[in-house]
Design a protein. Structure first.
Length: 319
């Protein structure tokens, strides 16, 4: 975020007993920025939204626009939004080319990233497609496959849905749900892996591979509705609209209620609250893990957090 607002953090606390992790606490400590929009003129509030978020600003802004339009009666069926999709692909490229290599002991691919971003801006997909099957990416894939990792425990993934389907699951949102969202009473994961139906195997590896697969689909022009960049909206009741947008990190929901032409209530459910839920995947991965080598454990936590990709900083306590 900008404008002097602290974006908060994901706080992870481990307790160790007899050389094993015997407790994992995960808390997403992020300010409820949407509350700042209540009482403002609706159009002004919506224009403010992308300025409040440093990451996924296009997705946040489009979700706000769609939710407001739906509150006024103009809903949108699910469709791929080119600008949001491009933003999501840029985030995937950042993770794969800049963030992932150092986690694997490799140098970041800064020149490749700069070139890919330039191609992305011109919608030149062939050059990006070539990069994604080139030697540099294949070397990262090979190192990723060979890296020790947590085996994936059973993980609940959010199913693919549009705004209309979301009404059946959640007739209305509230502040408590925004902090700790659930699917049928359970913590659920969102993001590229969930969009591809989940997976089995190494917990971190499969999430990185899902991002790469989504990148390759986009570059090949084969991405379908439901992939990153998908957006939809629905009028819940007159004066209240909801928008769903699939960002790089997963499902983003905006819900706005109007009082005349002012915002009476504004609610946002961000992907980080899904993926770093207190009962989400991270505690399952880490609980019971060998803690005899504290540096190795810290490295593992860093890789697991990166695989889930929070939109804010994270902090580790207890070790």
């Amino acid at each position: 975020m900008s404008g002097g607002i602290d974006p908060g953090c994901v706080r992870i606390r481990l307790a160790v007993h007899d050389g094993r992790v015997d407790a994992v606490e995960v808390r997403s400590e992020r300010p409820q920025v949407a509350r700042m929009l209540c009482g403002r003129p609706a159009d002004a509030a919506v224009r403010l939204v992308p300025l409040l978020f440093a990451l996924c600003g296009k997705a946040q802004g489009r979700a706000a626009e769609l939710a407001l339009a739906a509150a006024r009666g103009a809903a949108v069926t699910a469709q791929l939004d080119p600008a949001i999709a491009a933003e999501a692909m840029r985030e995937h490229l950042w993770r794969w080319l800049l963030d992932l290599p150092p986690l694997l002991g490799l140098p970041p691919l800064k020149e490749e990233f700069a070139s890919a971003v330039a191609s992305l801006a011109r919608d030149e997909r062939q050059s990006i497609a070539a990069l994604l099957v080139g030697e540099a990416i294949l070397a990262i894939e090979h190192r990723l496959d060979a890296l020790p990792d947590c085996e994936a425990a059973a993980s609940c993934c959010l199913p693919a849905m549009d705004a209309a389907a979301s009404r059946n699951a959640w007739p209305r949102l509230d502040a408590a749900f925004c902090l700790n969202p659930t699917w049928r009473g359970e913590a659920a994961e969102t993001g590229a892996l969930a969009r591809r139906g989940g997976g089995t195997g190494k917990a971190g590896t499969q999430r990185w591979q899902a991002r790469l697969a989504e990148l390759r689909d986009w570059a090949a022009g084969t991405a379908k509705v439901g992939a990153g960049g998908t957006a939809s909206s629905i009028t819940l009741v007159p004066g209240t609209g909801r928008a769903l947008v699939e960002t790089a990190r997963g499902l983003l929901m905006h819900e706005i209620s109007l009082d005349g032409d002012r915002v009476a209530d504004y609610l946002i459910v961000a992907p980080t609250e899904w993926n770093f839920h207190p009962r989400g995947p991270l505690p399952r991965w880490l609980l019971g893990h060998d803690a005899s080598d504290r540096e190795a454990l810290r490295s593992l936590v860093a890789r697991c957090v990166a695989a889930l990709d929070p939109c804010v900083r994270w902090e580790l306590e207890g070790i």
